[in-house]
Design a protein around this ligand. Structure first.
Ligand code: GLC
Length: 448
């Protein structure tokens, strides 16, 4: 009897497998293709500007974390609401600066962990529109200006909301309640924050969603799948970052730089320009050279850079920040061909520095750090080089192939002559036109 039952179950599962699997395989292929298509602008964009705007700029203290970590009381933190004016806010100038930097997208805080909405929320009264002298939404006019310039618009949204009375978490060592004990209360919070996501979708229609704080709860608790579907129902092309407990489209390593190439299809390094996300009295600025070399490093490893700036409460941007963005922009203007719309370069070991490739892999770009001149070397390149120029000044460079043994298939070493006078102030780019898509020898050398 038991055997017959098992047989029936086996036959039924086989039938259902045959019926369902072709469909589900086809289905997942369609989804994978859809995702690849919608991610294309992001993959080509390479540079985004992150903006941490919030009431924390009033006293110049840590965004949200300052009260959570009890450096200041929640009541004192909230007093900053009264000092947030935006009186010199010029969204057109912001968008222009971002355009000048070469960035193709921007991501701005619509709400940080402190719960203060930077847009006109109807879900509660804790917004800069209702609770600060600024009395206005700062996101919508900014997105309008970005869109005029064809720059994609990203909304940072913190899932965590330490100010909302029905959110369980509050200070680092105290919480309001446990979800398991009061699920109704948790549901009230879910209704609230998902309502805000709906509002932002409708009012602002972001091209990209940058969630944060997912670590405090699970995918089931946040209802990540539902959040994804709320967003995609409104805008099927919206991109969602990876901080949604497994329901995002790309990874977001933060402040830490990869050494080996990340294995993700799409990733973005988010990084501060000094050491703070929001505006603070922080003078540890990264230099333009440092920012550009980090940027090049990310791109050569197949990623993007999301470079942060922290405006003051009046909406002005610190001079040092502006300077870095402008220098980055000048460099991009000259060398952008090696950055935008390219793909990650050849594996490490062939060239002692970062590289990128044109999409068809017939052009190889080499990035020379610092003041490298003289002969630079390339190993294991199994291609003929048709032409080498320096980006931005079009000087043609000469090269020779050393040590090519006629009877061996191992390529010789390429030495390129780089005169000092062609060097860029920050990073020089050499453009190598190859005879065919790049082909590399990856062996260990030797006799054959
Ligand atoms: C972290 C911090 C947050 C910051 C974010 C930017 O998640 O919690 O303060 O906004 O990183 O990536």
């Amino acid at each position: 009897m038991k055997n017959i039952k098992n047989l029936v179950i086996a036959i039924l599962s086989l039938v259902s497998l045959l019926l369902n699997s072709p469909h589900s395989i086809a289905q997942s292929k369609i989804e994978a293709k859809d995702i690849k298509d919608k991610m294309q602008w992001f993959a080509d964009a390479k540079l985004g500007i992150f903006i941490h705007a919030g009431i924390y700029a009033v006293d110049g203290i840590g965004e949200s974390w300052s009260f959570h970590n009890k450096h200041i009381s929640h009541a004192d933190y909230m007093k900053q609401l009264k000092g947030f004016t935006l009186k010199n806010y010029d969204p057109a100038a912001w968008a222009k600066l971002i355009e000048e930097s070469g960035a193709r997208y921007a991501v701005i805080t619509t709400k940080h962990h402190d719960g203060v909405a930077m847009y006109d929320t109807k879900m509660n009264d804790l917004s800069i529109v209702k609770a600060t002298p600024a009395k206005r939404d700062m996101i919508k006019p900014f997105f309008d200006e970005l869109r005029k310039r064809n720059i994609k618009c990203g909304a940072y949204f913190s899932l965590i909301d330490w100010s909302y009375p029905d959110y369980p978490g509050f200070l680092k060592d105290s919480s309001r309640y446990k979800i398991e004990v009061d699920y109704d209360r948790w549901n009230r919070f879910r209704k609230f924050f998902q309502g805000q996501i709906r509002e932002i979708s409708k009012q602002l229609n972001p091209d990209l969603w940058w969630f944060d704080g997912d670590w405090e709860h699970s995918a089931e608790q946040w209802e990540s799948e539902k959040i994804r579907s709320i967003i995609l129902t409104n805008n099927p092309k919206a991109i969602i970052n990876g901080r949604l407990q497994g329901y995002g489209d790309y990874e977001t390593p933060e402040q830490n730089f990869p050494v080996s190439r990340p294995k993700f299809n799409w990733w973005e390094l988010c990084m501060t320009t000094n050491e703070s996300w929001g505006y603070q009295n922080d003078t540890i600025w990264k230099t333009p050279y440092e920012v550009i070399s980090i940027f090049v490093d990310a791109v050569s490893n197949g990623g993007n850079l999301l470079l942060d700036m922290g405006p003051r409460e009046d909406g002005s941007i610190p001079t040092e920040q502006i300077m870095v963005l402008k220098e980055l922009g000048l460099w991009n203007k000259k060398n952008g061909e090696a950055i935008f719309n390219t793909i990650g370069g050849i594996p490490q070991g062939h060239f002692y520095g970062p590289t990128t490739l044109s999409k068809d892999s017939t052009t190889l770009y080499l990035f020379l750090h610092g003041k490298t001149s003289g002969q630079v070397m390339l190993k294991g390149l199994d291609n003929k080089i048709e032409d080498i120029v320096v980006l931005g000044n079009n000087t043609k460079l000469t090269h020779k192939v050393v040590g090519k043994i006629s009877w061996s298939s191992v390529p010789g070493l390429v030495y390129i002559d780089v005169p000092e006078k062609v060097l860029d102030k920050y990073i020089t780019v050499l453009k190598l036109k190859l005879d065919k898509p790049v082909h590399l020898y990856r062996g260990q050398g030797g006799f054959y």
